[in-house]
Design a binder for this molecule. Sequence first.
Ligand code: FMN
Length: 162
Amino acid sequence: MQKSLSFVDTFRAAMSRTAAGVAIIATDGPGGRSGATVSSFSSLSLEPPSVLACIHLTSHTLAAIRLNRVFCVNVLGEDQAALAEIFARDCEPRSARFAQGAWRKAGSGAPMLEGAVAHFDCRLATEFGFGSHAIVVGEATDALSHEGRPLIYSARAFHRLP
Ligand SMILES: Cc1cc2nc3c(=O)[nH]c(=O)nc-3n(C[C@H](O)[C@H](O)[C@H](O)COP(=O)(O)O)c2cc1C
């Protein structure tokens, strides 16, 4: 017998049919170093160049971004799925996640990941709350792109572009 799905399950199932790039949003400063995997990252506007990400209100990285006022969006390459998993998994202290991967500082001081296909170094411009998440808006102060193809998240799994 087929179980009836709650609307949240139906919504999740429909969202799993979409495809998204994967990024590590990372920050450093007086609030400490923190980073988390996000697939909700998107371009927002060209005037001014800006991006957004939707981050759960319980996220340690959101708390650090609010204090540091800067972050770098590191768009992962197709070989970086293991890093996406590490930056999504619970770990204490949170900064221990940075033991994996080669990191250096972007102009803002936020962590920048070697091998990412794009970097958007941002200052926190504003944030909006809706439901369980904050929509974090970053005004880009620098943007870098590199050879390579992006990691894709779809149907609850990581993929490479064909
Ligand atoms: C592929 C993937 C995409 C994710 N996208 C988001 C997202 O867009 N927003 C979010 O709040 N959490 C997202 N997560 C979950 C966070 O990475 C996870 O909750 C993480 O532990 C948060 O860390 P923090 O509390 O140290 O900030 C995603 C996880 C995965 C594996």
